[in-house]
Design a binder for this molecule. Sequence first.
Ligand code: FES
Length: 398
Amino acid sequence: MKYSYDRSEIKKIPLSGFLSMVPVRNRKIAAGAETLPVSEYNANRLAKSLHPAVQHVKIAKVEEHAEAKSFTLVPDTERGTQKLAYFRASQYVSVDLNIGGATLSKPYTIRSGPGRALGGTGTSYVLTIKLTRPGYASKWILGNWKAGDSVDISGPLGDFYYDRIRDARHVVALAGGSGITPFFSMAEAIADGIEDFELTILYGSRTAEGILLKDELDAVAARAGGRVKVVHVLSDEEREGYEHGFLTAELVKKYAPEGDYSVFMCGPQAMYDYEEEELKALGLPRRRIRRELSGDYIAGEASERSYTLTLKLRGEERQLECREHESLEWAIERAGIKAPTHCRSGECGWCHARLVSGEVYVPEAADGRRAADVKFGWIHPCASFPRSDVVLEIYPGA
Ligand code: FES
């Protein structure tokens, strides 16, 4: 064989180091442990820290507001949670509750900015929970939670956050009542330098006295360097320095910037119904209007009519009463059965169950099912209301 290079240089390389590699490696293998090495990839470790199935927390502080309270939650290290998961401003957690034998979980927005969940120690979330009607969970929480109590919550959830690829650089936020909480979190993230966009909040309240978190919001806006603007809109009184009326398209136009912007909404169902019509006048592309969906979908007025819900669960069957105006999820929880839920508004798909027979009403605004789910009879019990006796299978195949 002919070589086209000078082999003399290669011959100068001592080979003893290479030749001893095999016996050295064999000796190390023989001296090693009998068991397989356990390793975890960084991506898996990160995923676990961002999406824990459960976070054990303690209530460190309770602040009172009119018809609402703010609860500061910190890790319950004694029960194994060392730090709280980082989140995107305006995400929510699902809170486990046991109310009079009914086991349920309810979504509440993390009102504080994500900066408070950064770092290895001293992490916290603040939940501001307002009394809602109907809303036995909020009433129970406001009446029972106190400093020192232990609570279990999910990891952060939901996609009602700012995304610079999807959303315009200027966001006009429409908030009603406790719907201010996700925008408070965004404002804090902007003030802390974690998010980088312009936020104009049009915040609707009945009266100036009834504005939830007004002073706190003013303080955050003041340190956001002009990137957060808050406009208070009062429906029931006229006052200098405040807008009067409702969150109309005209008002949005008045405060929106020239050019492109997104509208984000968070508030009660009645506000969404109103804004749905109102915002048509703005002619914004569909992707520029976003609304928060977590929280029970309320379908119409209370009704006395009820049906039988037959629940197939892990090979067993139970029969429950379900009321026409309450979601199937409510009936399941009232019976003390822990069913999977997170958003409670038909959006996340967590409660996914099979409708074996019967008729249900699924409001269009809360129908987050895929076309295949609709075709093959899958529903979200949190956003399905009985219109006949119903047979439902949850955890099918388990
Ligand atoms: S809990 Fe999210 S869809 Fe039912």
